[in-house]
Each structure stands twice: as structure tokens, then as C-alpha cells.
Design a protein around this ligand. Structure first.
Ligand SMILES: NC(=O)c1ccc[n+]([C@@H]2O[C@H](COP(=O)([O-])OP(=O)(O)OC[C@H]3O[C@@H](n4cnc5c(N)ncnc54)[C@H](OP(=O)(O)O)[C@@H]3O)[C@@H](O)[C@H]2O)c1
Length: 308
């Protein structure tokens, strides 16, 4: 399946509009690793090129597994669009450089396409971190630079410390049910030509039909789901997700296509997670179907609670 790409600020390679995230919930036992590799391989075979990883995912295992799978792919996976992130614990200039070197070694690549600050650390001024990233970009070790989990104020501040480069991306948590972090940054990103990448686009499976029929949410999923499955919110969100599932049935589209294209319609690029190859297949099948605008608008209203 051919996935569209869009240009990004700073002149890096065009950015695919949907991709696979390799956080994998930090489960990194040998069977999980084998499944993660099979999942990455399936995604690559099926045409996914954007792979999102980070030095903190599995303590570097995510990057290593991605490197191994891409190395075995046709052409060494040279056409993959690899995104990684420097940890919020490594934001001093020397640490930023050391982190990238570690990332490139684990990936067995000479550069990454996009390098993000995973999250800000208020103890380290952006006047230190952003120029350090920009230097790596000027050296060609990263194709573009960006940030993640940045507020509007932090984005404006980051922009003030650039000398010739551009912030290409802000990766934030954004889905039909989680809007409070993303909505305040959308306008500043549009104004500055910054692409918004949406993580957790499927609300950890809830927007793909999971957990809607009484299935228990595993403890590790709950732990990393922030407020999605909190007791005070859960019944409401499950009811709204069921209504979106019904809407999808009536419109004859996969439920996840609503979640993913609701984001895309706003110019946002979703990066979904998948724990198994079959989920990659399902999510790409969902991506291939673009629901009509009225269906997306209806889902938006349901998710906001504007429909009973
Ligand atoms: N920048 C950041 O701070 C940050 C934070 C979080 C995530 N991210 C990135 O964003 C990526 C995606 O985040 P996420 O994993 O939270 O996103 P998500 O797409 O909302 O959730 C993925 C999970 O949903 C379930 N799922 C996926 N496809 C499904 C399907 N077709 N049917 C039913 N269930 C399905 C799977 O759960 P099971 O594995 O339980 O089966 C999968 O692990 C991460 O991998 C990571 O790369 C970045």
C-alpha cells in the first residue's frame, strides 16, 4: 500500500502521513521481541515507512530491533523514514550528541530522518538543547529536528533558539477522546508550519473496538493509559466508543478508520501502535478507507459528548 507523504519544515525528506510506533508498552521479553520484529517486518512489507522509536523505549531495545528488521529488508530499509527521540534526561548539549550516537549505533544507520526532544525538562533551558539539535542537523546526522509533548509557549521559546533551522514536528497525544494537550498547540503549529504527529491515535485500542464488550484492561495498559481507563471516565468513554462503533457499522467503515482520518482531516499525522502483525493489517485496512466528512463530524460530536 502506498502511503502519501508531505513536505516538512527544514527541508528534510517528505514525511509519511501515517506510521507505526515502537513503544510496545515496554514489554521486552524474548517472545515480545520476536512479535515486535514480526510486527515491524509486516508493516514494512505492507508499505509503512515511518517508524517512530526513542532511546528510552525498552532501554534502546526498540531502536535495536528496528535496526535489525530494516537491515534485512530489501535495500537495507534505506527508504524507511526513521524517527527517534532524545530522552528528557539527556537534554544538555553533550548528552544530546551522545544520545544520538547511541541511537545511530543501535539502528545501524548513519542518520535518522527526524530527531525529536522526547519531552521538555524545565531544569534544562531550551537555549541549550535546541542549538545542540540544530548542530546535528547542520552536520547531516539528522534530516530534520522536532519536539514532543511541547506546549504552545515551549514551541515559541524553542523557535527563538534556532539559527537557520526549523522545528519540523511536535509529537503530542491526540485522539477523539484526548484533546486537552493537542488542541492548544494546533494553532501555533499551523502558524509556524510545524507538522503535528499524533500519538495514541487509537486511544490504546478503544477506538479500534477493544474493551467495548466487557474485556478487562490489562494492568500494564492501564498504567500507561493516563486517564483513559480511570474509573470516573471509563464508563462514559466506553459508551461513546460504542456509539462510534455503531456509527462505523452504519457507515460501513472500519471503526479505526474514523479515529485515524479524524486526525488526518485536521492535517495531523497519526502514529499508531500495534502489538501484533494482524493489528498492522487491520489498521492499514482502516487507513485505506476514508469515511465521509459527515461521519467524521458525527464521531467528533459523539466523542465530545454532544450526542446522547
Ligand atoms: N512522544 C511520546 O511521549 C509518546 C508517548 C506514547 C506513545 N508514543 C508513540 O506513539 C506510538 C503509538 O502510541 P500508542 O501505542 O499509545 O497508540 P495507540 O495506537 O492508541 O494504541 C496502540 C495499542 O492499541 C491496540 N491496538 C492497535 N491496533 C488495534 C486494533 N486494530 N484492534 C484492537 N486493538 C488495537 C494495541 O494494544 P495491545 O498491544 O495491548 O494489543 C496497541 O498496542 C507509540 O508506539 C510510540 O511510538 C509517543
Amino acid at each position: 500500500m502506498a502511503i502519501d507523504t508531505i513536505p516538512i519544515a527544514g527541508g528534510g525528506r517528505p514525511h509519511p502521513v501515517v506510521g507505526l510506533g515502537l513503544w510496545a508498552l515496554g514489554r521486552w521479553t524474548p517472545p515480545d521481541e520476536a512479535r515486535t520484529k514480526a510486527t515491524i517486518a509486516r508493516a514494512y512489507e505492507r508499505g509503512v515507512r515511518w517508524f517512530d522509536t526513542a532511546e528510552v523505549y525498552g532501554g534502546g531495545r526498540s531502536e535495536r530491533l528496528l535496526g535489525e528488521v530494516l537491515h534485512r529488508a530489501v535495500g537495507g530499509g534505506a527508504d524507511a523514514y526513521v524517527v527517534s527521540k532524545v530522552s528528557w534526561e539527556h537534554l544538555r548539549p553533550a548528552q544530546v550528541r551522545a544520545s544520538l550516537i547511541g541511537t545511530l549505533e543501535r539502528l545501524a544507520r548513519r542518520s535518522v530522518d527526524l530527531y525529536l526532544v522526547h519531552a521538555p525538562d524545565t531544569r534544562v533551558p531550551l537555549s541549550e538543547t535546541i542549538p545542540a539539535l540544530e548542530t546535528l542537523w547542520k552536520e547531516g546526522k539528522v534530516g530534520a529536528i522536532g519536539v514532543s509533548n511541547f506546549s504552545a509557549d515551549e514551541l515559541e521559546e524553542a523557535g527563538r533558539h534556532l539559527s537557520g533551522g526549523r522545528i519540523a514536528v511536535n509529537q503530542v497525544r491526540y485522539n477523539l477522546f484526548d484533546r486537552e494537550e493537542a488542541e492548544p498547540v494546533l494553532e501555533v503549529c499551523r502558524r509556524n508550519g510545524i507538522l503535528v504527529e499524533a500519538y495514541t491515535p487509537l486511544a490504546r485500542g478503544l477506538l479500534a473496538g477493544r474493551y467495548l464488550d466487557g474485556r478487562r484492561v490489562p494492568a500494564d495498559v492501564q498504567r500507561f493509559a493516563r486517564r483513559l481507563f480511570d474509573p470516573d471516565r471509563r464508563a462514559t468513554l466506553v459508551a461513546r466508543a460504542r456509539a462510534i462503533r455503531e456509527l462505523a457499522r452504519t457507515a460501513r467503515v472500519p471503526m479505526a478508520s474514523i479515529a485515524l482520518h479524524w486526525l488526518r482531516e485536521q492535517g495531523v499525522a497519526p502514529v499508531f501502535g500495534a502489538g501484533r502483525p494482524e493489528q498492522v493489517d487491520e489498521n492499514l485496512a482502516a487507513w485505506a478507507v476514508r469515511p465521509p466528512a459527515r461521519v467524521l463530524a458525527e464521531a467528533d460530536a459523539i466523542a465530545r459528548g454532544d450526542r446522547a
